[in-house]
Each structure stands twice: as C-alpha cells, then as structure tokens.
Design a protein around this ligand. Structure first.
Ligand code: ZN
Length: 370
C-alpha cells in the first residue's frame, strides 16, 4: 500500500468559548480559549494563532498518516474524518487528547491518531493560558477505492472521496466505458446520484455505504434516462430506496415499462428548479445531451451529468438523443447560474479548476460539431 494516503489539512479557525452557530462540520477546527490561571471559567481569551497550530500539525502529519496507512493496507476502503480534541497547556505540552467524533468506524486509526496528537509539543500559548483545539483529520486514500476490479478495464466499480460529504462512484460497462455518479453523505443519510451501469454494480456501491459509512440509504436521483444513469434501478427497487427524477425522465421510463420512480419536479409545467430538503438544488436547463438532462448542485460542487463534458473530453460522446442546437444554450444557463465551481461531469475526470473549464470545453466541442 505504501504511501497511498493523503490527509487534508483543514483551515483552523479561532473561536471563543460558546461561539454560536454552525455544526462541527461547518466549523472545521474550533479552538476554545481559556484565561491564564483560571482554567475552569471559560469566559476570557487566551490565544494561539491558528497558523501556528496548523504549522505544528503539518510538521507531525506523517505520524497520523502512518496511523491510517497501517490500516489501509488491511482495508483499502477506509476513509473518513477523525475529530480529535486536545488541550495545550501553558508549557506548550499537549496534556489531554480525546476522540471527539469520527465517521471512520476504525478504532485502530482513531486510537492511533489520538495517541499521536498527545505526543506533540506546541509553542507556549500567549498570556500563559491553555488552549483547547478540536481538529478534524480527514483521511482519504490517494488511489480510488476499488469495490469490483472487473477485467481489462471492463465491469469495474470504484469510488473516489471528493470531500467528507461527497464520494464519486465510477463504473465501467462491458465495453470499458466509464461513467460517474455520486454518493452524497447528508445529515439524514446517504443519497445516490445516478446508478451504476448495472444492478450488480449498484448493489456493490449500496453495500459499501452500509458497511463503511453505516448510514441508511434515503434516496436516489436520476439525472436523465440512459443506461449509465439508471441501468441499476433494479438494485434500488429491491431495497425499496425511493427514486426520483424530472417528470420527463419519469415519462421516458414509463414508456419503457419501468415504474416506481417519482417526480422530483415538472419541466412540463415550466418548473426549472427545485430545492430539495436532502441538501441539493436540481436544475433543468432545457434539452442538450438528452431532452431530460438535469444538473444537481450540492454545497460547493455541481453534478453536471452528461450535459457537461469533462475539461479533457475530446468528443461529445453519445449524441443519439442530443439536441445539438439547444445544447450550447443549456450549458450557458448552467454556467451562468453556478459559475466557477467544482464540476463533476457524467464521464471523465472531475473539473476542480473552478474556472469553468468543463463548461468551456463542452461549448468548444459543440462549436466544432456545428
Ligand atoms: Zn446520457
């Protein structure tokens, strides 16, 4: 396994004791400060600059990385966030270190991380007070998590965590064509965005969610009716996972005698978007790759589906159902609405440039096709 791991250092923010608002996820590193000599009354301010804290953590990052790598060798599907709360004494020594929260479900990694932090030494806090820090170590494997290896590039299932809340699923069909979907880890449970090519591949993804993330599957959204988006619907039906899609997609499915998919919103009555309580916005920009293609926006990420090609794509892929005249307008509407953001296309690499490269490349390919 070697060095197949990376750790995301999250910016540490300074917070006074009892600072209101936000879940722990929204304030990735909370630093609670106590006054010098009166440790039991957390009302005044001691201080340590967040950049100093981050610097010390960075100096020692290989120690916690080793905790992860040791277990990753045995279980290549491990990933998650381990939140450690530790106390820096007036001497700069760490005098306490505890596990505050974890999404990893791996006691060896959690215990090892907590123990590593306990050994660290920081500069003396300003004013001689103590400082209590909550720090989320985010562990993600560098290599994709392979659930089903397939053969010769075909029939493969792999996962790539994009953040603590978002995992890309990438599967290949019998002809080795890769396709992207998402697992969104929401407050309520897991949401699947598009299935894999087949029910068996989709079931492999669902099972990983059960076993690794230990949260219920609360639903699935299909971003248009093609096999790379909904070929695995049977796996969802077997588990009675509620599936929803644009009304135009529901209608196309019905024509293929596939029921059980409910309407997320209705393009036919002129509705172009919906805000869903599960934490995303769905938008219908008009026909493009297909008459029913929608995009989904989560916090800092846009799932463009097959409407948006990857920044590296050199052709438009399958255009048998495309509206080549309308497609550029649909891409521009998505670009105008969501701007420069991380874009997950239906196929190919994620565009993390935040420059709109995937939109621009799609428009370029459409221009060439004219
Ligand atoms: Zn398609």
């Amino acid at each position: 396994m070697g060095s197949a791991a990376s750790i995301v250092l999250v910016a540490a923010g300074l917070w006074s004791w009892g600072y209101p608002g936000g879940t722990p996820e929204e304030r990735p590193a909370s630093i609670f400060e106590r006054p010098a000599g009166v440790a039991e009354t957390p009302t005044a301010y001691g201080s340590m600059d967040k950049s100093i804290i981050r610097g010390v953590i960075r100096d020692h990052i290989n120690e916690v990385k080793a905790c992860y790598e040791a277990e990753l060798a045995a279980d290549p599907t491990l990933f998650g966030q381990v939140m450690v709360q530790f106390t820096i004494a007036a001497t700069g020594e760490v005098v306490a270190s505890v596990l505050q929260k974890s999404t990893m479900h791996s006691p060896p990694v959690e215990n090892c991380t907590v123990a590593a932090v306990r050994r660290w030494r920081f500069p003396k806090p300003l004013g001689g007070g103590i400082v209590i820090v909550s720090y989320p170590f985010v562990y993600t494997p560098e290599a994709p998590i392979v659930l089903v290896p397939g053969s010769n590039g075909a029939n493969r299932v792999e996962l790539q965590p994009l953040s603590t809340r978002m995992v890309l699923h990438r599967t290949t069909d019998a002809r080795s064509i890769p396709s992207n979907g998402l697992i969104a880890i929401t407050e309520r449970g897991l949401l699947l965005v598009d299935t894999a090519w087949t029910p068996a591949q989709t079931e492999a993804i669902l099972r990983w969610g059960d076993e690794r993330l230990k949260q219920p599957w609360i639903g699935a959204v299909i971003t248009h009716d093609h096999a790379d988006r909904d070929g695995g619907l049977d796996a969802l039906a077997r588990r009675s996972i509620p599936v929803s899609a644009l009304d135009l997609t529901v209608e196309k499915l019905r024509q293929r005698h596939i029921g059980g998919v409910s309407t997320l919103f209705s393009a036919r009555v002129g509705q172009v978007d919906v805000k869903d309580a599960r934490g995303f916005e769905a938008f219908y920009p008009g026909p493009g790759h297909a008459s029913d293609n929608i995009v989904l926006q989560f916090d800092a990420l846009l799932f463009g589906g097959c409407l948006i090609k990857s920044a590296e794509a050199d052709d438009l892929g399958f255009t048998g159902d495309a509206d080549l005249k309308a497609w550029p307008g649909a891409v521009r509407r998505v670009q105008e609405r969501y701007g420069k953001t991380t874009v997950v296309p239906g196929h190919g690499p994620v565009d993390e440039s935040k420059t709109g490269a995937a939109f621009e490349n799609t428009l370029r390919l459409l221009e060439k096709k004219r």
